[in-house]
Ligand binder design. Structure first.
Ligand code: DX5
Ligand code: ZN
Length: 222
């Protein structure tokens, strides 16, 4: 269990792309803390989704911070673009970011909160090395690329290990974000192993979005 406040971050990947502003408004009404924006380039991951133009279009429609999860092969080229489009948080994958220290610095210099993302089988060593610089570590609980996939249970062991390591090595300020397959029925066990930024797409957008956000918060904070 983390001492950090639980933050509910609906993933816009599951939104109605023809009515994004309406879904964003519903996220706000439901009490979301953050909007999770999945950026995919068709190269690092098979899918192609949202770019800076869409982030820029949404910025006037919401006061919520936009958490831009860059699933792209060359994130360094796009950090400034996402920052000036209105991203508040930017996270990059350790697997494709060879100069991670420099990239984190560039995110911070652009005025955003830097995060580092690890795929389900990427060594936690990357998180340990980044902990002094990144503000959050995003542990993927699916293989990135698509919404609606099944949660990979290896997440529990990894998250517990990372939370313990952060708390015993002077990095208790670093938050852990979870992304992939998070639903109302597993969020409690996910929070119990130390994640506090909760991304959920299909788990929130199927059914009553606002009610699901409120219910996820209730379960996660009970
Ligand atoms: C997957 C994305 C996720 C995705 C989660 O590559 O990073 O943010 O939208 O969707 P669900 O919650 O449906 O697994
Ligand atoms: Zn994501």
């Amino acid at each position: 269990m983390s001492s950090h406040t639980v933050k509910i971050a609906p993933s816009l990947l599951s939104a109605d792309f023809a009515n994004l502003a309406a879904d964003v408004a519903t996220c706000e009404q439901g009490g979301a803390d953050v909007l999770h924006v999945d950026v995919m380039d068709g190269h690092f991951v098979p899918n192609i989704t949202i770019g800076p133009l869409v982030v820029d279009a949404l910025r006037s429609r919401t006061t919520l911070p936009m958490d831009c999860h860059l699933m792209i092969s060359d994130p360094d080229r796009y950090i400034d673009l996402f920052a000036s489009a209105g991203a508040a948080w930017i996270s990059v994958h350790a697997e494709v970011t060879p100069h991670l220290h420099r990239t984190i610095g560039a995110i911070r210099a652009a005025g955003c909160r830097p995060g580092v993302v690890l795929n389900p089988m990427t060594s936690l060593d990357h998180a340990y090395e980044a902990a002094g610089d990144a503000e959050f570590i995003l542990l993927m609980s699916v293989n990135p690329g698509f919404g609606g996939q099944s949660f990979i249970p290896g997440f529990y062991r990894r998250c517990e290990r990372l939370r313990t390591w952060l708390d015993t090595n002077g990095h208790s300020n670093v938050e852990i974000e979870v992304d992939g397959g998070v639903k109302l029925d597993n969020v409690r066990s996910i929070v119990d192993v130390g994640a506090n930024i909760i991304v959920s797409g299909s788990g929130l957008f199927r059914g009553d979005l606002a009610a699901n956000i409120a219910e996820m918060r209730r379960i996660a904070t009970a």
